[in-house]
Design a protein around this ligand. Structure first.
Ligand SMILES: [Zn+2]
Length: 355
């Protein structure tokens, strides 16, 4: 939901007021403040050797680079969120993937969130995407024209699901090229997992004629019906990067997928009798790897251009968002909602069929 400019400004004010109070009235140490406020406030990366620290859902990144807003085969979306930052390996892969996508007949990639400039927890949205090794790709193909910054804020997401049915791919929208695109992403050796909606995974299980062993990397998860999510492995030699367990052997077209088509994953959690109210919980600096303090305090480059990826395509970084202070991605609701602990992977589904 795009934020109303007033709301955005108000949010900015609230955040600013919070920071001011933190600094003056109650000297809340940086250690105790939500880490998402500290990382969310950084506009540029830490100019240090590129390295992820911690895990996909609890960590940060030094030396991130930005993917340019435009490339020969991609356009970055929702620029105001300032989440075009990733490990150089991730950015290089996205560039390569965009070219391979065109070879498949896909017009080009619309890029969603990668990470914040220094990674870390976010004020809104994802639980993962914290170490510059996760990237979201829209299921909407790139249009022929170059979108304006405002269009990139507003272009609506298109779900691949048929909303009239339970957890079913909409055959009017989903094409064989969508399938090839997802499977191409899974084919790169450095890709650890590709997250899609369970209905999309089921569709691939039923229809994929290529290498079935790659299907194991395609993981069903809530949401991910208007975009898919590419996760790469910890880069070689990145000792501070905590890898995820290996995906189980096989194509995953099994009981683990069937579970998603039962009521269990969609049922409202039953309140336990005599359960104490859960205190709001947020990640603090002390919950993150120690290196993240260095990342947070690290020197900034002189400009964004200096740390923008210069791949082999002619690139433009000119399309900087200048709408309303770069806060359009946040709403008061999302800031409040982000205060609750999210599951380790992916957003919570918006529609719950059995509710
Ligand atoms: Zn994602």
């Amino acid at each position: 939901m795009p934020a109303h400019p007033m709301l955005s400004r108000l949010t900015t004010c609230l955040i600013a007021a919070g920071l001011a109070l933190g600094a003056l009235a109650s000297p809340l140490a940086a250690e105790e403040r939500p880490a998402k406020e500290l990382f969310g406030a950084k506009r540029l990366p830490a100019q240090l050797a590129a390295s992820p620290y911690g895990s996909y859902a609890k960590g940060c990144i030094a030396g991130a680079v930005a993917i340019p807003t435009d490339g020969p085969a991609w356009q970055a979306m929702r620029l105001s969120r300032n989440r075009r930052w990733g490990h150089p390996d991730m950015i290089a892969l996205l560039e390569r993937f965009s070219q391979d996508a065109q070879q498949l007949g896909w017009p080009g990639l619309l890029l969603g969130d990668i990470s914040q400039p220094r990674g870390g927890p976010m004020l809104s949205g994802h639980a993962s995407h914290q170490v510059g090794l996760d990237a979201d790709i829209w299921f909407t193909p790139m249009p022929d024209q170059r979108l304006s910054a405002a269009e990139r804020e507003k272009l609506p997401f298109t779900s691949m699901l048929d909303k009239r049915k339970f957890l079913t791919v909409d055959s009017r929208r989903w094409t064989a090229t969508h399938a090839r695109l997802v499977m191409k992403a899974a084919s790169y050796p450095q890709v650890d997992r590709v997250f899609v909606n369970p209905a999309i995974k089921k569709k691939l299980c039923e229809t994929w004629q290529g290498d079935r062993s790659l299907l194991g990397k395609v993981r069903p998860i809530y949401g991910h019906d208007e975009h898919f999510h590419i996760r790469i492995k910890c880069p070689e030699g990145a000792s501070g990067c905590k890898p995820q367990a290996r995906v189980p052997a096989g194509d995953g077209c099994d009981a683990s997928l069937a579970w998603w088509f039962t009521k269990e994953p969609w049922a409202k959690p039953k309140p336990k009798k005599d359960a104490k109210p859960v205190k709001p919980w947020y990640v603090k600096m002390s919950d993150l790897p120690k290196a993240c303090r260095t990342v947070l305090a690290g020197p900034s480059p002189a400009s964004e251009e200096e740390v923008t990826w210069q791949g082999n395509g002619g690139v433009s970084t000119a399309l900087a968002f200048s709408g309303n202070g770069g806060d359009a991605g946040r709403t008061i609701e999302s800031v409040i909602a982000a205060d609750t602990m999210l599951p380790a992977i992916g957003p919570i589904p918006i529609t719950r069929p059995f509710q």
